[in-house]
Structure formats: structure tokens, C-alpha cells
Design a protein around this ligand. Structure first.
Ligand SMILES: Cc1cc2nc3c(=O)[nH]c(=O)nc-3n(C[C@H](O)[C@H](O)[C@H](O)COP(=O)(O)O)c2cc1C
Length: 232
């Protein structure tokens, strides 16, 4: 699922945002912050805007779908909202809930769960939610999605997209939950949404600035996923 093209993206596209490169740069910034007294934890901390962690109910259909999301900057909350709206337009009742709220998936016909990415990994709260609810998730159709910058810069590079797809493999393996679909979405690099260490990491990577979420592509993916989830 490719994101909006952007002039500034050329440089990062050429350099690539490989997992190795993210790890290296995050490590360097982490060490710098540690010297300054913040520690690596500070490098992955981002301010949370509570109004962006809203829980929403949409639609009035017979089938009920739970959409869960993990975010740090708010980017993936917007992606989850678009997924929810699309499912509601398809005639379903949808609840969009942050992973931190630990919703119980047992009352739903299907689940869509996803996360933003930090250093090639899902956020802790989203991972934990999948692992804690693995039994209920194995008993109903589930789709996964991720939201990151590699999809914004390297959507045409099949190897890079395999790398992004692999961000979710450890969770699939550990939880035993096999998604019917895995959506790969472009995220954002909005400076005001990230902490200083995070901005330094993205600057060192020469990440392009902007909001690369392609809401039409997300809606299209969702309509396809609804069919595979057996709820549309
Ligand atoms: C510290 C840090 C590490 C990141 N690591 C990756 C990465 O490994 N791969 C990637 O494609 N994007 C990476 N990104 C980009 C984010 O996934 C992207 O900005 C996303 O939109 C964030 O959404 P969220 O805040 O909802 O998680 C990273 C961003 C930051 C700040």
C-alpha cells in the first residue's frame, strides 16, 4: 500500500530505511541521550495527546468488528479511525479502541489490530494485547496492519516491503494468531508529534517530513479485508 509521493523522499529512498539502519541510528541517538542522562527509554518516548486515544463506536450493523490500535504519536489512531469508518460504511457495527484500554475481543465477529512501528517492532501495548488475547483471537477472523515510514519511501521496492511485512512475523509466531490479511500503510514524520530524541533519529535517517497516510488506500484495503474476515 503506497503512500503519497513526496519530493523530499528521494534522499531517504536512496539511502533506504533498513531495519539495520534504524537500529544503528536509534542506538547512536540512545547513547547520546544516555550521556545526557535520559537513557534509551527517552529515545523511544513520545508525548501522548489523550484526545487522540479516543474510543469510538461507529455504524449499526448486525456484525460487530473490533478495531484495536497501538500508537505513540497519534498517527496510527488516524489509520484505525479510517478503518473503522470504512467498516461502518460497509454496514457493520465497529468499535475503535486503543490497545492500552485492553478491550475484550470475545463479543466480536472479527478483529482488526495494528500498530505503528519503532525500530522494526510493534508498540508494546499492541503486542501485549495480541498475546494476552491470543486464545480469543485464534477463535475468530483477524486482520493485522502496520503503519511506518518505509512504506512511504520504498513502496516500489519488493525487498523493503518484505522487510516491513516481517516486522509482524515475531508476533504472529509468538501468539499463534494467523491474520487473514496484513495491511502495510505509510505513516508520518510530523516533527511536533515526536520527542526530541525521536526527531534526532528521523533527522539522522534523513526521513522526509510530512503526513504520508493514504486514506483512500487504507479504505480500499479495509473493504478487501472485510470480505476475507467474512463480515461484508
Ligand atoms: C524512533 C523511531 C523509530 C522508527 N523506526 C521505524 C522502523 O523501523 N521502520 C519504519 O518503517 N519506520 C520507523 N519509524 C517511523 C514510524 O513508524 C512512523 O513515524 C509512524 O507513522 C509512527 O506512527 P505511531 O506513532 O502511530 O506509531 C520510526 C520512527 C521513530 C520516531
Amino acid at each position: 500500500m503506497s503512500g503519497t509521493t513526496h519530493d523530499d523522499m528521494t534522499e531517504m529512498g536512496e539511502r533506504g530505511m533498513s531495519r539495520r539502519r534504524f537500529l544503528k541510528v536509534a542506538g547512536l541517538v540512545g547513547v547520546t541521550v544516555a550521556i545526557g542522562g535520559g537513557g534509551y527509554a527517552a529515545a523511544t518516548w513520545a508525548p501522548r495527546e489523550s484526545e487522540e486515544l479516543l474510543r469510538e463506536t461507529m455504524g449499526e450493523g448486525m456484525s460487530k468488528v473490533l478495531v484495536v490500535y497501538g500508537t505513540k504519536s497519534g498517527c496510527t489512531a488516524g489509520v484505525a479511525a479510517r478503518i473503522g469508518e470504512t467498516l461502518a460504511e460497509e454496514g457493520l457495527t465497529v468499535e475503535v479502541v486503543p490497545a492500552e484500554d485492553r478491550p475484550d475481543p470475545s463479543g466480536y465477529d472479527a478483529v482488526v489490530v495494528g500498530s505503528g512501528i519503532r525500530v522494526a517492532q510493534w508498540h508494546g501495548a499492541a503486542k501485549e494485547w495480541v498475546l494476552d488475547n491470543a486464545a480469543a483471537l485464534k477463535a475468530r477472523p483477524v486482520a493485522f496492519y502496520t503503519c511506518c515510514l518505509t512504506v512511504a519511501t520504498d513502496a516500489e521496492d519488493a525487498g523493503k516491503m518484505e522487510e516491513v511485512r516481517a516486522y509482524t512475523d515475531p508476533l504472529i509466531e509468538e501468539s499463534g494468531v494467523t491474520p487473514v490479511e496484513l495491511g502495510l500503510f505509510a505513516g508520518w514524520n510530523e516533527a511536533k508529534r515526536f520527542s526530541l530524541p525521536e526527531r534526532l533519529i528521523l533527522k539522522a535517517l534523513k526521513a522526509p517530513k510530512g503526513d504520508f497516510r493514504d486514506m483512500d488506500a487504507i479504505a480500499e484495503w479495509t473493504r478487501g479485508a472485510a470480505g476475507k474476515l467474512g463480515v461484508a
